[in-house]
Design a protein. Structure first.
Length: 289
């Protein structure tokens, strides 16, 4: 089935969210919309709408003009078997004791590794991005110290790969939340595929705004692999939900943004414990004072 993308840029998150919402009223309507911050300090946001029928170019142009956005760039995507494509590209990743792989690479799991199965059809946030790999390496170092956290949460869990990694090595239930209901469905499927049903609880939430997170706090360990500004906005809530002496592993941060995030967490009562830079991305371990 052919698909089309319509992409534009606009200044400000509110304008981007408004534009994405207005796109949903078009005929034909998009099958999905999304907004993404352009991480260059300009406060520019990309707005994307995705269609299975030829989109209304005039309607999109009027919406862009009304919101002060650049004109939409509309592209028809070729028909691609994306699962087969990802299988070809998705090679296993080792991060300390953890080994992230698809079922097509079951025979490559090293003896003694903590294997995490992420199928190609559910391959966003698998450990192949350096933010996730940095978090897994930071987690591996904490395990090496003999530390034993009892209450663990993964905020913005995506595929739940980090939550599952923690559940592999420590007892108890790990809470895994995400703002996106599709991500929650993917996380739940991955948890079952990895034999961790009942060990990782997946649910939809914005930040810490959920009764399961409130009831389980304070946490000994929190993962938050999201983006710079959401991490900064989350810092006060992180302080309220992490126990004294507890840790947070933060990523989704460019190396050029790490100091800004650390400033926010220092103000919220956290000290930097370690930093892992992989390529352009940083993973930060902070401890609550």
């Amino acid at each position: 089935m052919p698909t089309w993308t319509a992409l534009t840029h606009v200044i400000g998150r509110e304008a981007a969210a408004n534009l994405a919402e207005l796109c949903e009223d078009l005929v034909p309507e998009p099958v999905g919309t999304g907004i993404f911050e352009i991480e260059d300090g300009s406060d520019r946001w990309e707005v994307g709408a995705y269609f299975t029928e030829t989109p209304d170019e005039i309607g999109l142009a009027l919406l862009a003009a009304a919101q002060g956005a650049n004109p939409f760039v509309i592209s028809e995507l070729p028909e691609v078997d994306w699962v087969a494509h990802v299988k070809r590209e998705l090679t296993p990743v080792a991060a300390g004791r953890f080994f992230v792989h698809g079922s097509h690479d079951d025979d490559k799991v090293p003896a003694g590794a903590e294997a995490l199965l992420i199928e190609a059809a559910m391959a966003f946030g698998t450990g192949h991005h350096n933010t996730t790999r940095g978090c897994l390496l930071a987690l591996d170092r904490l395990i090496e110290t003999g530390w034993q956290p009892h209450r663990i949460a993964d905020i913005g869990a995506g595929t739940a790969v980090l939550a599952m990694a923690a559940a592999r090595v420590w007892p108890g239930t790990v809470l895994a939340s995400d703002i996106d209901p599709v991500a929650v469905d993917v996380a739940e499927a991955n948890v079952i595929a990895n034999g961790l049903d009942g060990r990782v609880a997946c649910f939809q939430a914005v930040g810490f705004d959920h009764h399961l997170l409130d009831d389980a706090a304070p946490f000994d360990l929190v993962f938050a692999n999201i983006l710079k500004q959401p991490l900064i906005d989350l810092a006060p809530d992180m302080a309220r939900h992490v126990a004294q002496g507890g840790r947070a592993i933060l990523s989704g941060v460019l190396t050029t943004q790490a100091d800004e995030v650390l400033t926010a967490y220092d103000a919220a009562g956290f000290n930097l414990e370690s930093r892992e830079d992989l390529g352009d991305w940083s993973a930060l371990v902070v401890q609550r004072r």
